[in-house]
Design a binder for this molecule. Structure first.
Ligand code: ATP
Length: 371
């Protein structure tokens, strides 16, 4: 506003060179090698990665349940090293909602406020607000056991938000729900986060979930962040081979550059087949690793124009999925390429198992990975 110095607000959460080594009688385990990242106020931020990559440990260090063995955790600019969880302005929601079974929904939500001796009238107002937010006003007097899994999860969320923490940490909170309910809750969580404007840090191993909900994602592998970016950046321009393989389906192609023309590197595969890619500084003889997403590839019988990447092969598998069909095509050098085609009314039964087909895609859809 007017008269301020214009200094940017401190990030809600910052990790500076944060690492965690667990020591036991059997030796040491490096759960987190070194993480540097900043999460902004009001962001929906996900830590995404396979089991054991260090997501939960990272989250627990933010919450204060674990102390880092190296580096600094800051909340709103303040170094919180050594500060216990209940004195950090964050709250955590777990997969096991841990609701009190003998208390009503309203009492579960009110619990933390009562313990902090908030006046009764204010408790009533804030609990009512929270139940409205999670759309459970009509269940205030029910016991948790009378609710569905999704509703119980929403009570847990209301209970965590009622204290108005500056950040909410969620560790695979939807893991126990079935797929349909999980998808509905993903949108619900996103709506609630938007409404309350609180920073959410979300741990998941489910890439679809992270892509659906997040403003930004940190993709973790073996205790490091391999890529930090928006869902579109991570999907469209994976920084590493690991990210390309972990997010969505990727086709990986390798080969040596044979020629460079019009700003495109060309890898020849013989028999009039080639792949074209934008590759800055690529010279003949340089080995490239590139990835192309299944939905960018066109499958047809005609030989494509030479300005496109074009590879031929044999259809090995056809999976019809209603709006799309997934093909697996084996090339002459035994690489399998996955192709997703939209099904339009006139193009059904485009190809069958055993057919010889041409695959083609534009040069900009060959995304070059660092070697
Ligand atoms: P998941 O998705 O399976 O929960 P994760 O990505 O959350 O995995 P972490 O739980 O952070 O991974 O674990 C990272 C590594 O640290 C794993 O190898 C794990 O076995 C180890 N680890 C976690 N907690 C401890 C602990 N208290 N003592 C020793 N090792 C631990």
């Amino acid at each position: 506003g007017a008269g301020t110095t214009g200094a940017p607000a401190a990030p809600a959460i910052s990790l500076e060179g944060v690492g965690k080594v667990y020591r036991s009688g059997h030796g040491t385990i490096t759960a987190v090698q070194r993480i540097d990242l900043e999460i902004q106020q009001g962001e929906f931020f996900s830590l995404l990665g396979p089991s054991g990559c260090g997501k939960t440990t990272t989250m627990r260090m933010i919450a204060g349940f674990e102390e880092p063995t190296s580096g600094t955790v800051r909340l709103a600019g303040r170094d919180v090293t050594g500060v216990p969880p209940n004195r950090r302005d964050v709250n955590m929601v777990f997969q096991s909602y841990a609701l009190f079974p003998h208390m009503t929904v309203a009492d579960n939500v009110a619990f933390g406020l009562r313990r902090r001796k908030v006046p009764a009238a204010e408790i009533r107002t804030r609990v009512a607000e929270m139940l409205e937010l999670v759309e459970l006003s009509d269940r205030a007097r029910h016991k948790p056991t009378q609710l569905s899994g999704g509703q119980q999860q929403r009570v847990a969320l209301a209970r965590a938000l009622v204290n108005r923490p500056s950040a909410l940490l969620l560790d695979e909170p939807l893991g126990a729900l079935d797929l349909k309910l999980r998808q509905a809750m993903q949108l619900e969580l996103k709506r609630i986060q938007r409404e309350v404007g609180i920073t959410f840090v979300y741990v998941t191993h489910d890439q679809g979930e992270a892509l659906t909900m997040s403003d930004r994602i940190a993709v973790m592998n073996k205790g490091v962040v391999e890529q930090l970016g928006t869902p579109a950046q991570i999907y469209e321009t994976p920084a590493t081979r690991f990210v390309a393989g972990f997010i969505g389906t990727s086709n990986i192609l390798t080969g040596a550059v044979h020629g460079v023309a019009d700003g495109h590197a060309r890898i020849d595969y013989g028999d009039d087949q080639h792949v074209l890619a934008h590759a800055d500084g690529a010279a003949p003889g340089v080995d490239l690793i590139l990835t192309v997403r299944p939905e960018k590839i066109h499958l047809g019988v005609e030989k494509p124009n030479e300005t496109l990447s074009r590879i031929h092969g044999t259809v090995r598998e056809v999976v019809y999925l209603g709006s799309t069909t997934h093909y697996t095509v084996r090339t002459v050098d035994d690489t399998e390429i996955v192709v997703f085609q939209q099904n339009s009314s006139d193009a059904s039964n485009l190809a069958e198992r055993g057919d010889t087909v041409w695959l083609s895609w534009r040069p900009e859809h060959s995304y070059v990975l660092p070697g």
